[in-house]
Design a protein around this ligand. Structure first.
Ligand SMILES: Cc1cn([C@H]2C[C@H](O)[C@@H](COP(=O)(O)OP(=O)(O)O[C@H]3O[C@H](C)C(=O)[C@H](O)[C@H]3O)O2)c(=O)[nH]c1=O
Length: 179
């Protein structure tokens, strides 16, 4: 794996390094010691898989409020997504910064998202699958979010939104909220 820090945000792009032979490939997608060697203290406690049927769907933006802010390692294993993270940590030098990357099996990369970021994505292909490892368990009561078009962040989405949950369409403006 090759680690590419994203500025001084603490987020990192991780390029996978498949070992190929005539049978196909073998790729390591997680390694505690290698991650620690690159400054990432992350202990997965939950794994998630999401299948999104329709191209153009947006899931997010989501985060868990303290004390259960969630770090996650995100990988697209089928189709393609435009993955977006926003630093919403109080006092962070990159608070309010938006970072976006295309993730897909062919891009060969995944994204490490530190606790204190909001995360969302738009699918760029039908039947896109996203696998995540979470550094903290899901706590519904602390699950929070903001709209994809929240005026505080002006996130640029590559396509018109084709689908989103009612919950994601209804988040209040982020500005002025206690998160
Ligand atoms: C996140 C989560 C959800 N759920 C249940 C709650 C709902 O009954 C159902 C769907 O949840 P939701 O609509 O929040 O799923 P997404 O919209 O894909 O949410 C995810 O999308 C963005 C992009 C993320 O980064 C988070 O991983 C996560 O918030 O799964 C669970 O049981 N465990 C979980 O960890």
């Amino acid at each position: 794996m090759k680690f590419i820090p994203i500025g001084n945000s603490g987020a990192q792009l991780i390029e996978l390094m498949p070992h190929g032979d005539r049978r196909g490939t073998f790729t390591r997608t997680w390694c505690a010691s290698t991650f620690a060697d690159h400054g990432i203290e992350f202990t997965p406690v939950q794994g998630n898989n999401s299948l999104t049927r329709k191209r153009g769907t947006v899931r997010g933006m989501h985060f868990q409020r303290a004390p259960k802010a969630d770090a996650k390692l995100v990988r697209c294993t089928s189709g393609c997504i435009h993955d977006v993270i926003v630093d919403i940590r109080e006092g962070s030098s990159t608070r309010g910064e938006v970072y976006a990357y295309e993730l897909s099996p062919s891009s060969g990369r995944m994204l490490y998202i530190p606790a204190g970021f909001a995360h969302g994505f738009q699918t760029l292909a039908d039947d896109s699958v996203v696998e995540y490892l979470m550094g903290i368990e899901y706590v519904a009561e602390l699950s929070d979010g903001f709209r994809h078009d929240d005026p505080s962040f002006r996130i640029a989405w590559p396509e018109a939104v084709s689908e989103m949950s009612d919950k994601d369409a209804a988040w209040p403006d982020f500005a002025g909220r206690d998160t």
